[in-house]
Design a binder for this molecule. Structure first.
Ligand SMILES: Cc1cc2nc3c(=O)[nH]c(=O)nc-3n(C[C@H](O)[C@H](O)[C@H](O)COP(=O)(O)OP(=O)(O)OC[C@H]3O[C@@H](n4cnc5c(N)ncnc54)[C@H](O)[C@@H]3O)c2cc1C
Length: 302
């Protein structure tokens, strides 16, 4: 497969270090890292007979210290670009959200404000139904183009994606190659201004000076994970190089030299203490990628 990918023009790196590709700056190596730039290359890669993992920007991913077996894909080139039409945009799954928003600003289009300050890719944002108090992906994702294990291309309309709070129900193993976004004209540029102001307000409340994956847990109904972790006295709690932020208790920081295992243990500790103190079971928002046991976060699979 490696030879076939290279022959098709895919950049392939064996035993590739992944820590530098994750926001937490932790994690081991990928057996094979492949940068695919066209739908055809992605289809070819999806015929790989072994585990396939997609890495977006790594802003919501805890990569195991043992790394990721099999093939790790990144979407680049034509799969990380955007075509802006009248009131629509077709964005590649690998496109950074800040680049998307800048391109829409240039075209005078609004509608994707929900992605303001979210540092992921379009594909990661669809999978996570990413968003903020300004909305979420499900509000304006009109349809998605998926590539399935084996290489088949499948189109799903937004309502078929099973979007709910920070979650989607895409078919198992599907890779988001493109998303079609429903937009609208931003006649006087006011929506773009609101978005910039929103990002400024966030900067004041989030510890952005140290590596993290943003919110570690989703908010339980009617409450905030940060409030519960703070009320449990866990701000500043440290395991190895990982610490719970004093500024925002749902941000778990790599203070330098943390391992993925340090961060995992801190997540499990916070869940356990919050459950013991308040009877609330926090759900991790971050995704574990690579060689982890099924119950690594204290939740058994299924
Ligand atoms: C400082 C900070 C602030 C943040 N604020 C927010 C916020 O306000 N709201 C919010 O929702 N999130 C927030 N996040 C989390 C994160 O940015 C989002 O979840 C984002 O959507 C993840 O995108 P990604 O490309 O980084 O995905 P990754 O972290 O690379 O991957 C996440 C998951 O998506 C899968 N995936 C990635 N790309 C694809 C694809 N093309 N096809 C199929 N699967 C794919 C991966 O396999 C993995 O399971 C924040 C993170 C940070 C670091």
């Amino acid at each position: 497969m490696i030879a076939a990918l290279r022959e098709a023009g895919v950049t392939v790196t064996e035993n590739a270090a992944l820590g530098r590709l994750s926001f937490w700056r932790v994690g081991g190596n990928a057996d094979i890292l492949a940068d695919v730039t066209t739908l055809e290359q992605l289809q070819l890669a999806m015929r790989f007979e072994g585990p396939v993992t997609v890495l977006g920007r790594g802003s919501n991913a805890l990569i195991a210290d043992a790394g990721i077996r099999g093939l790790v894909l990144r979407l680049r080139g034509g799969l990380a670009d955007v075509r802006v039409l009248d009131d629509y945009a077709i964005a590649g799954g690998g496109l950074y959200l800040n680049v998307l928003l800048a391109r829409l600003d240039k075209a005078g289009l609004a509608g994707a404000e929900a992605f303001a300050g979210v540092p992921g890719t379009v594909g990661g944002a669809v999978v996570m139904n990413a968003g903020t108090t300004m909305g979420e992906a499900k509000d304006f994702v009109d349809s998605v183009t998926l590539v399935m294990p084996g290489g088949q291309v499948v189109e799903l309309a937004g309502p078929e994606c099973g979007f709910r709070y920070r979650h989607s129900e895409l078919p198992a193993g599907a890779v988001v190659a493109f998303a079609t976004l429903r937009l609208r004209q931003d006649e006087d540029g006011r929506l773009a201004e609101d978005r910039v102001a929103f990002i400024e307000r966030r900067k004041a409340t989030q510890p952005l000076d140290k590596p993290s994956c943003g919110s570690t847990f989703t908010n339980p109904p009617g409450d905030h994970a940060a409030r519960l972790i703070d009320a449990a006295g866990l701000k500043g709690h440290r395991i190895g190089g990982a610490v719970i932020s004093d500024k925002h208790a749902n941000f778990f920081l790599n203070t330098g030299g943390a391992t993925a295992e340090d961060i995992r243990q801190l997540i499990v500790h916070a869940r356990t203490v919050v459950q013991e103190r308040f009877g609330v079971v926090l759900t991790p928002e971050v995704k574990l990628l690579g060689d982890w046991p099924a119950d690594a976060l204290g939740i058994s699979a299924g």
